[in-house]
Design a protein around this ligand. Structure first.
Ligand code: SAH
Length: 247
């Protein structure tokens, strides 16, 4: 029916050099690149401008817009276009990539997934925080900080996470930082637990704040999205790694 196809491509955390070789090739070959607002500016500037279409969902009605993105992908593929759907980090880590892949499959559009370097691990990594440092953590969990811990519909069980013996990595966790740190403390997590927040990791404006579970809210007032919160003793490893604290 169509010769078009959609590549769901991860753009990495922001530094254009953290794009995969495959993503780079597909971007140069694409007829249309549908991208979000999250992707770093330097990366965007290096892409063929004529092919770019910004479908970022900021300040808009998310539901309608997601539907519009889905329809646009199908429309372009039906017209025989090679479409790159470019997403920050990895398309399947809080990127709604699963939803988009399902929609495309249901509409008979061939889709290929091109994994990307996820900010969840790469952003702590560039500041010297090893998510599973052998001496500190044998497990890591990646959660969204976007849901209000006080609400019943929150699917992240902060009470249980307070007893998690490993590293907790929170994405989309700036706005609700006071709520989820309070929930962890209330459930008995050690107030001295080290916490780091890294804003715009791998980009020139990268900024890091380190404190403890009890003090991070007052220290992180200047932190703005996008940022990653890392909770756990691996945060202290940064002190030992030379040359990575230039942020
Ligand atoms: N699919 C993406 C995540 C999308 S959710 C990935 O795999 O990286 C968006 C969240 O990702 C942001 O709220 C923030 O928590 C995180 N994020 C993405 N890029 C980031 C960066 N360069 N620095 C810090 N956090 C980042």
């Amino acid at each position: 029916m169509t010769s078009g196809r959609v590549y769901l491509v991860g753009a990495g955390p922001g530094d254009p050099e953290l794009l995969t070789v495959k993503a780079n090739r597909l971007l140069t070959e694409a007829d249309v690149i549908l991208h979000d607002g999250l992707v770093g500016e330097e990366l965007l500037a290096s892409l063929p401008a004529a092919a770019l279409e910004d479908v970022g969902k900021r300040n808009t009605d998310r539901r309608t817009t997601q539907e519009a993105i889905n329809e646009r992908m199908v429309e372009l593929a039906a017209a025989g276009k090679r479409v790159v759907r470019l997403k920050g980090g990895d398309p399947f880590v809080f990127g709604r990539g699963g939803e988009e892949a399902r929609y495309l499959a249901e509409h008979g559009v061939p889709v290929e997934i091109v994994p990307g370097v996820t900010s969840a691990l790469a952003v702590p990594g560039v500041v010297g925080i090893p998510a599973t440092d052998r001496d500190h953590a044998s497990q890591v969990t990646i959660v969204t900080g976007h849901e209000d811990p006080a609400k019943d519909e929150s699917r992240v069980d902060w009470g249980r996470l307070a007893g998690f013996d490993g590293t907790i990595i929170v994405l989309m966790g700036v706005g609700k930082l006071p709520e989820y740190t309070a929930a962890l403390l209330e459930a008995g997590m050690e107030p001295e637990t080290p916490v780091a927040m890294i804003e715009r990791g791998t980009l020139p404006e990268q900024l890091m704040v380190r404190a403890t579970l009890a003090t991070i809210v007052e220290h992180a007032r200047e932190i703005e999205p996008p940022a990653i919160t890392v909770i756990g003793s691996v945060v202290d490893v940064t002190e030992l790694v030379e040359g990575v604290l230039a942020c």
